[in-house]
Design a protein around this ligand. Structure first.
Ligand code: FAD
Length: 435
């Protein structure tokens, strides 16, 4: 049996400009790429129509088609990494396993346990940065501490970035180093208990015009003014380096959004307590939430009687996407108007968002509730009517998702805005007293 190396795909589902894959191929030992539909994750998804599983399946199928044409294949397993790796090490004489870093808690623990097992079997385990431009301790303050405020973080990010950090990894130079073998079959979605996606996913080709006009258009949910690349960034079907280069040449505002993404990964890495369900600012864990279940259901269903909130929730439920401006409005509404724990909203988004990403989602929710790093001040309560006047004046977005607006079928507001504002402030003040 001749030696092979393994490249394990996870949140980096692309063959081009992929750091770990590049290093695996470059070494010259034939590379077998693998993907594991991880039962530890899939078993927790109770929606068997979950479009994220279908998205991954499509991306893997594309990779398979490309590799088959090159006389190679991807090996796709359905199981847990703990089950899969012992079998692989039995079947193949493995030199090294290559991965890209994943910063989420489960992923980190999983990777450490795989590392422990394979290295105990004498197999190498090499890991690389790929998902972000800067990771871990690459961006620190002058005092050597992690940033918790975005503006100085982004300043340092922009000072440090250069062609070295943004260059592509030319994997294509070494495509001949994929293991030559007949194609393996990919388990079907049905075999894993899931269903194919009915609607198309957003394209990964973004029009330059959208990015050029991003600063003017990004806040208007009725306009196609943002890239819709979040799902591709989530699963790595696009390269962050390529997008950052594009942003540098087309729009500083859009570059800032990509930096927010790095920023939240930086927070996740340096402040692991946020992965344990805790507020970034611990004093916010003293808030006494109302947590009314019926009101939470109405929020989830888009039946609060606040058209902009309902439109957002219905867009989310129907498509798995919600415009960023509207995400901020619905999150503020849940936490401030209804005084429902942001963790309930975070968990609902985690179930529904196609682009769900722990770091960005947790960051967004803690920003809205006031408990996060660099968050909206707690006394800022978005006024849904003013937000509508500013960002959906012609009600185009609202009417798309709430066609029954202005009819008797549309519910009355779940709570009066002024009343809600007066109710929330003392609750926050009480929790923050003494800090
Ligand atoms: P664009 O506006 O075109 O931005 C380009 C990319 O930058 C995005 O695709 C995304 O990767 C990144 N980005 C933009 N804004 C942010 C931000 N505020 N924080 C981190 N990254 C950002 N984004 C997610 O990717 N996953 C989530 O689970 C998620 N949950 C959120 C929850 C709340 C409550 C809020 C307020 C925001 C959340 N966001 C999340 C951030 C943002 O809403 C989405 O990234 C954005 O709407 C995706 O649309 P787009 O691809 O068209 O973004």
């Amino acid at each position: 049996m001749s030696k092979i190396s393994i490249f394990w795909f996870r949140r980096d589902l692309r063959l081009h400009d992929n750091a770990g894959l590049y290093h695996a191929l470059k070494k010259g030992v034939p590379v077998l790429p693998i993907f594991i539909f991880d039962k530890n994750i899939l078993d927790k998804l109770d929606d068997k129509h979950d479009r994220r599983v279908a998205f991954i399946h499509e991306a893997i199928t594309e990779i398979q088609a490309f590799l088959t044409a090159k006389g190679s294949t991807i090996l796709v397993k359905y199981g847990t990494p703990e089950e899969v790796f012992p079998v692989l090490l039995d079947e193949y004489d493995v030199d090294t396993i290559y991965i890209n870093h994943d910063y989420e808690l489960y992923a980190h623990e999983r990777d450490e346990s795989v590392r422990e097992f394979v290295t105990s079997e004498g197999v190498g385990f090499s890991t690389y940065k790929d998902q972000v431009v800067f990771e871990k301790n690459e961006i620190l303050s002058g005092a050597g501490t992690p940033y918790t405020v975005f503006t100085p973080y982004s300043r340092k990010w922009k000072e440090k970035v250069n062609t070295f950090y943004l260059k592509s990894y030319p994997t294509e130079k070494y495509f001949d180093n994929f293991l030559q073998t007949k194609p393996f079959e990919i388990p079907t979605l049905a075999m894993m208990g899931f269903q194919a996606a009915k609607a198309k996913f957003p394209s990964k080709q973004v029009r330059d015009g959208i990015i050029r006009s991003y600063a003017e258009n990004r806040d208007f949910p009725a306009i196609e003014g943002t890239s819709k690349l979040s799902v591709h960034l989530r699963f790595g079907t696009v390269s962050i380096r390529e997008l950052a280069r594009k942003a540098q040449s087309l729009s500083e505002t859009w570059l800032n959004e990509l930096i927010w993404r790095d920023f939240y990964f930086n927070i996740l890495y340096h402040f692991p307590h946020i992965s344990q369900g805790q507020a970034f600012r611990k004093e916010y864990d003293k808030i006494i939430w109302r947590n009314n279940k019926k009101e939470f259901e109405l929020w989830c269903e888009g039946k609060t009687g606040y058209p902009i909130v309902d439109a957002g929730m219905r867009e989310l439920n129907a498509t798995g996407f919600m415009h960023n401006r509207v995400r901020m409005i619905v999150a503020s509404f849940l936490t401030k108007h209804l005084l429902i724990d942001w963790r309930w909203g975070e968990a609902y988004f985690a179930k529904k968002l196609l682009d769900f990403d722990f770091a960005a989602n947790n960051g967004g929710w803690q920003w809205a509730s006031g408990s996060g790093c660099d968050a909206a001040p707690y006394f800022r309560v978005f006024n849904p009517s003013l937000q509508t006047q500013k960002f959906d004046k012609q009600l185009e977005y609202i009417k798309k998702w709430v066609p029954e607006l202005n009819t008797f079928d549309y519910p009355a507001p779940i709570v009066n805005h002024d009343f809600a504002r007066k109710r929330v402030l003392p609750v926050y003040q009480m929790a923050l007293k003494g800090f």
